[in-house]
Design a protein around this ligand. Structure first.
Ligand code: CP
Length: 300
């Protein structure tokens, strides 16, 4: 089949036209079949939603699927991340989705044929999650963009790749983004992309959506963490706190949720919770993205 080399590590790799095309195809859910194409997933960190939704999307497109499993791989015999990726690419998957604890550098990939998609890299980005989240909001509000919407991201914005990709993409789509985090989990520099506050009392306005984020304990040195109880008290989204926000405000969480810390169960199940919509849309967005990258216009 026709091949192209394309790498998506950041939402900034997408043009406005790419984003519109991906949302259009996700909305129509009319996808071509790619029976000769193979998706390979290589996850070096745990995942429930991202890996399986890529695999579900590949099934929807009629693709073959090949799954790398770190625990039974030759990484157990000392093979490095770099060598593993080079070897996976040498096998010629049409699409390789990588999740890793280190940032993915396009210059490190040796391929002229495979499409490479970031499935979440270190504290850098998670572009397909942001596409699914923004698509969820656009679908709920029946809008083509997020002009005039105010979106609050609450939690560990310093280490959350979801927050980084979402801040960029939500801004691109016209939203005002507010980041609420304890001081030690704030971004050093928002590069003018978002207002940053450290308590609900400092919110400058009503918000249309709130996204709760888990604390990325695996990326934070011990001793720099606040206790779960303190976090819940000051930042956790409870029914009481939710009732102080606009009565139209919707709730998002990219998962995995730590129920009872950043979000209470009754909020996750609330009629204005879009959390499972984010998961449903994760499949169609990844199908639309792979379809776009496999056969859409020239990429990058
Ligand atoms: N949102 C997200 O990346 O979930 P997983 O870690 O389960 O893939």
């Amino acid at each position: 089949m026709a091949q192209r080399c394309s790498i998506l590590t950041s939402v900034d790799d997408l043009s406005d036209g790419d984003i519109s095309s991906i949302f259009f195809h996700a909305r129509s859910q009319e996808f071509n079949e790619y029976k000769e194409a193979v998706l390979m997933t290589a996850f070096f960190e745990p995942s429930t939603r991202t890996r399986l939704s890529f695999e579900m999307a590949a099934h929807r497109l009629g693709m073959g699927i090949s799954t790398f499993t770190q625990a039974t791989s030759s990484q157990q015999k000392g093979e490095t991340f770099r060598d593993t990726i080079d070897n996976l690419l040498a096998m010629g998957p049409d699409v390789l989705v990588i999740r890793s604890s280190q940032s993915l550098e396009p210059k490190n990939f040796h391929t002229h044929t495979s499409i490479i998609i970031n499935g979440g890299d270190g504290v850098h980005e998670h572009p397909t999650q942001a596409l699914a989240d923004c698509f969820t909001l656009l679908s709920y509000w029946r809008l083509d963009n997020l002009q005039g919407k105010k979106i609050l991201l609450v939690g560990d914005v310093a280490h959350s790749r979801v927050a980084h990709s979402n801040t960029r993409l939500m801004k691109r789509l016209g939203a005002e983004v507010i980041l609420l985090a304890p001081r030690q989990l704030q971004l050093q520099d928002t590069m003018g992309q978002a207002l940053q506050v450290e308590s609900y009392k400092q919110l400058p306005c009503d918000v249309d959506a709130v996204m709760c984020l888990r604390i990325q304990k695996e990326r934070i040195q011990e001793g720099c963490l606040m206790s779960d109880a303190d976090y819940r008290k000051d930042f956790g989204l409870s029914l009481d706190r939710f009732s102080t926000l606009s009565d139209q405000c919707v709730v998002l969480h990219p998962g995995p949720m730590n129920v009872g810390i950043e979000i209470e169960r009754d909020i996750a199940l609330h009629e204005r919770s879009l959390i499972l919509e984010q998961v449903r849309h994760g499949v169609v967005i990844r199908a639309a993205l792979m379809s776009h990258m496999l056969w859409g216009k020239r990429w990058l």
